[in-house]
Design a protein around this ligand. Structure first.
Ligand code: IPM
Ligand code: MN
Length: 358
């Protein structure tokens, strides 16, 4: 959003959420303050009280008025949601997934980059072997919630969970991935990751759409890898991947493995993107209950999510600053793992801010 007189103003919705969410978001917001000052724009923050605490207090997950308020933001910054006292599935489906669906954030963009100096659990990986981005379909597939029980609780129980794949949904994610592969920062290679040998309906649709759209992108090399084999290649030959496009469930699973080969969940950031609407950026790691309140959690994933957010609102130079800050922090930290970083949460945030404003 631009205002010629007062300068650039962006309205950012902040859902700090549960667990270590508020601790990592705090560091991200400090970095935001530093780069907005350096770049001359203003971030207007609106906080949202959503997550496990509110649910336990009021029984509400995502009230309509909060959803409407979120629709009015330029972008959303999310910490983590999930609470040990809330039954699994409630906050996931009724808050996180509902936000993704209601705001039609159909792209889950998860860069997998190993920054210089970051320790890896895979000793055979050279530093620049790991540089890819997963384009995870984020609006359908197994996550659509289709299915049900029959004769629940009996010996003859049936549980059905269906994967919904629409031509429209598959085509828009595949097109997004091809466009991304053409960006100057990428290597013009797109790999479809699926399981076409078993999932012969959904996989067939994905493969046909990739083949059709590929004809419009003669400069992009296309490849196909089964999802199980992709796990092997993540460890054995990560350099074969540039842009990966995959469905919702496979994308969820391979990006956890991806986080590990970039150094750990502590540095893995992602964006839930609606290219025409409101996007939401988050560290992909979750609430880390063991680290709450100790100052041991790694804020770099949340800060990386902030860099993606800045890119999405057009503050590219601020995003590059944040990335420079992340590089500085990475070069000094002993590990990306919570509690083993060699610095506290706040100190890592300070390192990033220092590198971002140098
Ligand atoms: C993620 C998470 C979520 C998902 C959960 C919390 C619903 O694992 O963002 O990867 O499965 O998408
Ligand atoms: Mn996940």
């Amino acid at each position: 959003m631009t205002d010629g007189v007062a300068g650039r103003v962006h309205r950012i919705g902040v859902i700090a959420g549960d667990g270590t969410g508020p601790e990592v978001v705090r560091e991200g917001l400090e970095v935001l303050e530093a780069v907005s000052e350096a770049e001359g724009f203003r971030a207007e923050l609106e906080t949202f009280d959503l997550g496990g605490e509110r649910y336990l207090r009021t029984g509400e997950t995502l009230p309509e008025d909060e959803l409407e308020r979120l629709r009015g933001m330029d972008a959303i910054y999310l910490g983590a949601v999930g609470h040990p006292d809330v039954k699994p599935g409630i906050l996931e489906r009724e808050l996180l997934l509902r936000l993704r669906f209601e705001l039609d954030q159909y792209v889950n963009l998860r860069p997998i980059i190993r920054y210089p100096g970051v320790a890896t659990p895979i000793p055979s990986h050279a530093e620049d072997d790991v540089n890819m981005v997963v384009v995870r379909e984020n609006s359908e597939g197994l996550y659509a919630g289709a299915g049900g029980f029959h004769r629940k609780g009996t010996a003859h129980e049936v549980a059905v969970q269906e994967s919904i794949n629409t031509r429209h949904g598959v085509e828009r994610i595949v097109r997004y991935a091809f466009d991304l592969a053409m960006e100057p920062s990428r290597r013009r290679k797109l790999t479809l990751v699926h399981k076409t040998n078993v999932l012969t309906f959904a996989g067939d649709l994905y493969q046909r759409v990739v083949d059709e759209v590929a004809a419009e992108y003669p400069d992009v090399e296309t490849d196909y890898v089964h999802v199980d084999a992709a796990c092997i290649y993540f460890l054995d030959m990560p350099g074969r991947f540039d842009v990966i496009v995959t469905d919702n469930m496979f994308g969820d699973i391979i990006t956890d493995l991806g986080a590990m080969i970039q150094g750990g969940m502590g540095i893995a950031a992602g964006g839930n993107i609606n290219p025409e609407g409101v996007s939401m950026f988050e560290p992909i790691g979750g609430t880390a209950p063991d680290h709450v309140g100790k100052g041991t959690i790694n804020p770099l994933a949340a800060i990386g999510a902030l860099a993606m957010l800045l890119d999405s609102i057009g503050e590219r130079s601020a995003a590059r600053r944040v990335e420079a800050g992340i590089r500085l922090a990475c070069s000094k930290m002993t590990s990306m793992r919570a509690g083993e970083m060699g610095y506290s949460t706040a100190e890592v945030g300070d390192l990033v801010a220092e590198g971002a404003t140098a």
